[in-house]
Design a protein around this ligand. Sequence first.
Ligand code: FMN
Length: 332
Amino acid sequence: MNATGNDVLRAEARAALESAARASLRAPSVFNTQPWKWHITAETLDLFADPARRLGVTDAEGRLLLLSCGGALHHARVTLAAQGRSAEVVRLPDERRPDLLARIRVTGTAPLDPHAVSLAAAISRRRTDRRAFGERRVPRATLARLGRLVEAEGAHLHEVPDERVPELAVAVDQAADVEYFDPAFRSELTRWTHRPAWTGDGVPPSTAVAPGLRRVPVRNFLPSGSPGLLAGAGEDEGATYAILFGNGDRPVDLLRGGEGMSALLLGATTEGVAAAPISEAVEVAWPRQLLRRLVPGDGEPYLIVRLGYAASGEPPPLSPRREPHDIIVIDE
Ligand SMILES: Cc1cc2nc3c(=O)[nH]c(=O)nc-3n(C[C@H](O)[C@H](O)[C@H](O)COP(=O)(O)O)c2cc1C
């Protein structure tokens, strides 16, 4: 191929990388901190953690930051696959730069993967639904498909059996209590729930629900008591509580866990299932021990996800996002 042909291919690959980085900005993140940055070079798309956006109190160990970044990585990978691009991904490629979480390189074209196309199409529709779910249960076959999506990312999903949901509720409730009585936590929560609109981050009251009767408590993102989103009629009677877990808690495990989380949440969106992460019980050490008892074997719990159907057919409001130029750096 002549120089011009190569130039065209390079420009196309770069455009694909840029669109993948842009699509990833809608990934879910703890407190909607969006703790990542992208760097596009001539041939690669590098994902960096943004340590300045780590929640110093809620996420002292940076576990939720890595899960969130893994979600952004999965969003980017799915976007490339949906455009018929094959890509090589190296996770944690340079041990001297621990914030460099992944390097993506487009290696060529690939037949369109319909599965990736539907997950990519779900990116703009997915949102965390904190409203109460009703009695309708998520069918077994759907849960099995969601479990396979998570497995394909190297993580696992465990449905908590109904009789053990009270144990889960205790773990979440105890963790939420520890946090509630910690002034440093409360001020971090207040900071991320009272962001000026221009920041494009944080959890706005329009997406939060007031505390109410639930099988497992839902985080109170309304510390100032503003009315928020109506929880709706249900009390989570038919909700499924699933624990996303993996084999360890090294950065690469958590990054992969985040990719599994994204696969689960996008997959749930394609299936018409509402979903909401719950992470208090992994934020506080001993409730996390309680969670360890709920997952099979020596599994390391990463996140709880509530799955079900809200009474209202309307989706909850979209949460804000930062501007691409604040997050994506492109080498000219
Ligand atoms: C690692 C992680 C932990 C989260 N923990 C909670 C939680 O405990 N409670 C909750 O309501 N939402 C939780 N979320 C959802 C985020 O708050 C949500 O993704 C973010 O506010 C952006 O909103 P969106 O998902 O609707 O785009 C979590 C998300 C991630 C990725």
